[in-house]
Design a protein around this ligand. Sequence first.
Ligand code: F6R
Length: 368
Amino acid sequence: EKGGWPSFMAKEVSEEPEAVANTVRGRVQDGAVVIPELDGLDELFRDIDRVIITACGTAFYAGMVGKYALEAWARVPVDVELAHEFRYRDPVIGARTLIVSISQSGETMDTLMAVKYAAEQGARTLSICNTQGATIPRESDAVVYTHAGPEVAVASTKAFVAQITALLLLGLHVGRVRETLPADASDDVTGLEALPEKIAQLLDEEQEHVEQLASWMADTRSVLFLGRNVGYPIAMEGALKLKEISYIHAEGFAAGELKHGPIALIEPGQPVFVIVPSPRHSALVHSKVVSNIQEIRARGARVIAVAEEGDAAVLPFADEVIRIPLAGPFLEPVLAVVPLHLFAMGLANAKGLDVDQPRNLAKSVTVE
Ligand code: F6R
């Protein structure tokens, strides 16, 4: 039931704070992350020498964020692979490889086949899933449910923020077991608990602004998204969502790739969203993204910066600034994606499209 909302997507975006809260609930004990479902797997987590995250679409982008956090916290090499690519080559995997699959529906055939294949090769499998009792978790050795609640709109929104949250929890859990957590990891645990409130604040402060922006841009033919580090998968997600529900050409890039090709696309008036990382986490990375903004601005791009509150460095170069609350380096993407979900939805609405049922797409892709 839509419960008064104009669309399931609108309802589900409004539920992003709750989705994150439900994913975290019951998984923090005495200031540390303990996922009860993973009880008994300590030896496995100490023993693994490699993690491969596999998923499709939006879930794949969540996996890219997960890679950064898992490597930082659990000090284990992590690859992220599209399930349909992973399945049809001859990957080097074995008993010390942990396969982490991510799927909202738990029924995506491409992802299921990758999990089955990895298990046949002797790898251990863990799934992050939103749908209780679905096929992928049943085929996996362990499961961490996101508990985001049913997602009806075809475009994944609240499930995406819940997937990133589950991956962050997994990273903090495995890092604790492997004794590799940095001293300040407890800040991230507190940060995760505070995240729902920050998403709610962001929705409150920016929803109208972003929707207005989207309605001004209803005739736009192409939108680019740039991000760096964990902002890169967020740029990819922003572009995917826009293609999916507003049928506008959109592309996401790693900001550092600009000069290797995509900057040729920049012409006067080209809208570009830039996910700006916090200067508090790395002044260097922040300054690199600010120079990317200057480079595209100099070529006439219309820059929409998604930047944390108080970041004044973007002001001289951005046409619009969307503000996100302060959060830790791996938590920030959960906030940065919210305005991109709102933007895609706003644009589709401005074009009079059915945001819940985009053409040619199904909620659950159960064929290969
Ligand atoms: C994007 C979207 C798809 C799914 C993908 C995987 O908004 O919904 O890209 O993320 O088809 O689906 P699940 O997570 O069910 O495996």
